[in-house]
Design a protein around this ligand. Structure first.
Ligand code: ZN
Length: 272
């Protein structure tokens, strides 16, 4: 298991229903199988149950299945030993990925509980993606799909030569939904990533899906717009019976350079 103790940083070993470190810090596995390694109190507890349920209902419609298929394809291409999904949510994308060992991290207990109950191929963990309970340079692949870019942690846990996949909304994502909501809809700007990782590929994958009123409401609930749209604008959504909506994702694939290639300090020769 590539998980370290959030208290002392020593490796955690599974002992029956607990994960225990050499310093005897002990963390119990929940009935569903996940670990809660969040030791710091945080005001941000991640997505609540209502949001998790709305997202689950929407994803189960299959509207984003094409993105899931693409991420599975990428994992099969690189075939990682250890894979970490940062901001895994309900594990909709995580569960199908090909890897010898998979870890899914999210702050939301409701999301992790849901993920853990339905997907036994992944160890789900409640933790902040900005303080990951993983050792340095352990991961062959790191995925972040619709979650913030935790740059320094990605650099730390990736092994040299490892792969980082970042998925974010492309400019036309949900354009038709925004046209209903706003008088002057704007395109999404691509999140700039400041990183010394080497870009291997960057492309957009896109699909138009048909949404009925229930699906539109579920979709709206899971977007950032839910928090920043006026009640007046939200009312406009209820008047639309159905809508053809474009789902458009920007996929960026990076590789962590080997030390020499990155201009980072060279490992000293043993003879010197
Ligand atoms: Zn410990």
């Amino acid at each position: 298991m590539e998980i370290i103790c959030p208290v002392c940083g020593a490796k955690l070993i599974r002992e029956n229903r607990s994960a225990v470190c050499a310093g005897r810090h002990s963390f119990d596995y929940a009935r569903q199988g996940y670990l809660n390694l969040l030791i710091r109190q945080s005001t941000d507890h991640g997505d609540n149950r209502e949001m998790v349920q709305a997202r689950t209902r929407f994803l189960n419609s299959g509207a984003y299945a094409f993105l899931k298929d693409e991420l599975v394809r990428i994992s099969e291409e690189y075939r990682p030993g250890i894979l970490a999904d940062l901001g895994c949510g309900e594990g909709y994308y995580t569960c199908g990925l090909a890897a010898d060992e998979k870890y899914g991290f999210d702050m939301s207990k409701d999301a992790v509980r849901h993920a853990s109950a339905s997907d036994k191929s992944t160890q789900y963990i409640i933790a902040s993606i900005f303080h990951l309970p993983m050792p340095d340079q352990c991961a062959d692949m790191v995925l972040t799909c619709f979650a913030p870019f935790a740059g320094s942690e990605v650099m730390r846990i990736l092994r040299p030569g490892g792969i980082f996949v970042f998925v974010s909304p492309a400019p036309k994502h949900l354009a038709e939904l925004k046209q209903v909501l706003y008088d002057r809809p704007y395109d999404n700007a691509a999140v700039p990533l400041s990183t010394v990782l080497t870009k291997e590929k960057e492309y957009v994958t896109e699909h138009v899906f048909h949404a009925d009123q229930t699906m539109i409401q579920n979709l709206f609930m899971m977007t950032p717009y839910a928090h920043r749209t006026s009640e007046n604008d939200i009312r406009k959504l209820s008047s639309v019976q159905s809508l053809d909506i474009t789902a458009s994702f920007l996929i960026r694939i990076f590789r962590k350079p080997l030390e020499d290639a990155a201009g980072l300090p060279r490992r000293r020769d043993r003879n010197q």
